[in-house]
Design a protein around this ligand. Structure first.
Ligand code: HEC
Length: 221
């Protein structure tokens, strides 16, 4: 092959190579340039449904009621007075008179026009137990959807307990329940002492890459 022919062939190969390369580049620009499938981020809609109190363990009414502060409950009944009387034979106002409400059936106080929601609730849960009152007074509209008691609720547990003890002292029709023998406090003692003994892998000897420089020395002729 003459030098000229070689140059022609080499030139042709080079040109072809360039053309192929160029095409690939061009097509990758045109086609391969796609955006990531989801150009967004998962938005965590962590809906906070419960108040702080609800996250706690359920109240053991049999344990807390005998220790409750009835006078403190009476004092916070000021929050209820704009709508309720509690004295025996007291008048209905925006809300019904509450004498003897603990242990009564919901929505039956004479002369008061209850919401359909409260009447329906009385069919499902026919007694105002301590537990029922606890749920209701903590968040009235959340517990009885549609109630016309427009009161935000007693969020502090201590206040809630004292309030219900006070309501009970005003003509309560059921006794305090027996304490639950399984004290809820026991759970807290079992604080996880799990020492994750992360077995740190004893430094594995790094594989020494012995640079086997095989000095292929061509013996001098
Ligand atoms: C803004 C007025 C208002 C306030 C404040 C209010 N209530 Fe009520 N309450 C009502 C109304 C109205 C009803 C009747 C609800 C219905 O029919 O849905 C009611 C119902 C009740 C019932 C059920 C009575 C029954 O006969 O079944 C209880 C118990 C109760 N309230 C306790 C309280 C307590 C305790 C407080 C204070 C911490 C309080 N309420 C604050 C208006 C109020």
């Amino acid at each position: 092959m003459s030098d000229l022919t070689f140059n022609k062939v080499a030139g042709a190969l080079l040109a072809t190579g360039l053309a192929v390369f160029g095409l690939r580049e061009a097509s990758s620009i045109v086609f391969a340039h796609h955006e990531p499938e989801k150009a967004g981020y998962a938005i965590e809609v962590a809906e906070e449904t419960g108040g702080a109190a609800e996250a706690e363990a359920p109240i053991d009414w049999g344990t807390v009621l005998p220790a409750a502060d009835i006078a403190a409950g009476e004092a916070s009944f000021a929050k209820c007075r704009s709508c309720h009387t509690i004295e025996q034979g007291g008048a209905n106002g925006t809300g019904p008179n509450l004498y003897g409400v603990v242990g009564a059936r919901p929505a039956v106080h004479p002369g008061f026009s209850y919401s359909p929601a409260m009447i329906a609730h009385g069919e499902e849960a026919p007694v105002w137990t301590f537990e029922e009152l606890g749920h209701f007074l903590e968040a009235p509209q959340r517990y009885i959807n549609g109630t016309k008691m427009t009161f935000v609720g007693l969020k502090r547990r201590e206040e809630l307990i004292n309030m219900i003890a006070y309501l009970h002292s005003q003509g309560g029709q059921i006794p305090f329940p027996a304490p639950n023998p399984v004290a809820p406090a026991a759970e807290e003692g079992a604080a996880a002492e799990g020492e994750a003994a992360a077995e740190g892998e004893a430094a594995a000897p790094a594989e020494g890459e012995a640079p086997a420089e095989a000095a292929a020395e061509t013996p001098a002729a």
